[in-house]
Design a protein around this ligand. Structure first.
Ligand code: 5GP
Ligand code: ZN
Length: 114
């Protein structure tokens, strides 16, 4: 999608610190990290929010999870623990309308989240 920040990062039109990449998924460090490890895991295909996901997107959405686990292992937090968050819409504070997992770890988190 032409005017989408994460499409531009996936197309390498905007630089990012890439943590993982394959043909369908790219993961990169969040520019404003909320934890020692804070990586965004993104489908290369533009899907605005999980509200817009179609049955045919299930495979790539699953790949986001396995990519997150790979990055967690690579960053050394598989054993200490980590969290995946997906914000959907206004109440969840979604700011970038291209689906992304927040992979966060390297410190303890509270529950429930704020
Ligand atoms: P959301 O609130 O939509 O779930 O999360 C969007 C995330 O994107 C935020 O954590 C924010 O820090 C991150 N972000 C916004 N702009 C950029 C950018 O230009 N580069 C990177 N790497 N992350 C960004
Ligand atoms: Zn996009």
């Amino acid at each position: 999608m032409a005017d989408c920040l994460f499409c531009k990062i996936a197309a390498k039109q905007i630089p990012a610190k890439v943590a993982y990449e394959d043909d369908e998924v790219i993961a990169f460090d969040d520019i404003n990290p909320a934890a020692p490890v804070h990586v965004l895991v993104v489908p290369k295909k533009h899907i605005a929010t999980l509200n817009d996901a179609q049955p045919g997107d299930a495979q790539v959405l699953g790949k986001l999870m396995t990519a997150a686990a790979q990055v967690a292992a690579d960053r050394g937090i598989a054993g200490s623990g980590w969290r995946v968050t997906v914000n959907v819409g206004k109440d969840a504070h979604q700011l970038v309308f291209h689906v992304h997992l927040h992979l966060m770890g390297g410190r303890p988190f509270g529950w429930p989240p704020g």
